[in-house]
Design a protein around this ligand. Structure first.
Ligand code: ZN
Length: 151
């Protein structure tokens, strides 16, 4: 049995009915779950639920969603199985600057996979332009444009 967070223990606020996870989560895997409430769309109401797991092998965060908590757990466990069944994780940065990455085969999120990238240098005009300063960007574009025209 996984480690159930305090607020999801049987009888606690999120678990008045005493429901317990059904999937074969590792013993050291922390889990929690809850209802997100009622979603009303196209004159229909449906309940959404989530199930979150924090396994240690691999160390990651998994979130499953579904119409019910058991369905959300099944979705989360399917993700976990996919991570375990991945023959070789091929981790890429995929836009993360903080050192985290994603496996391109199974979608595993890996924190600390890489050295974090330094913050962009915003000291110069180009840095300010890259950081989204519209005036700096206009000046850089003008410089580039004039430079190209003069040659
Ligand atoms: Zn993988």
């Amino acid at each position: 049995m996984a480690i159930i967070r305090e607020h999801c223990q049987p009888g606690a606020r999120r678990n008045p009915t005493g429901w317990l996870p059904q999937a074969a989560w590792p013993e050291d895997c922390v889990v929690q779950w809850g209802e997100r409430g009622i979603v009303i769309s196209n004159d229909r109401t449906r309940q959404t639920a989530f199930f979150e797991a924090f396994p240690t092998d691999p160390t990651t965060f998994i979130r499953g969603e579904g119409a019910s908590i058991p369905e959300a757990e099944a979705s989360a466990f399917a993700q976990f199985r996919r991570y375990l069944d991945c023959p070789e994780h091929l981790v890429e940065r995929r836009g993360y600057r903080n050192g985290a990455g994603l496996c391109i085969s199974c979608g595993l999120f890996v924190s600390g996979a890489f050295e974090p990238l330094p913050d962009p240098d915003t000291s110069g005009l180009l840095g300010q332009a890259l950081a989204g300063d519209p005036e700096a960007l206009a000046k850089v574009m003008l410089d580039v444009f004039n430079h190209e025209v003069s040659e």
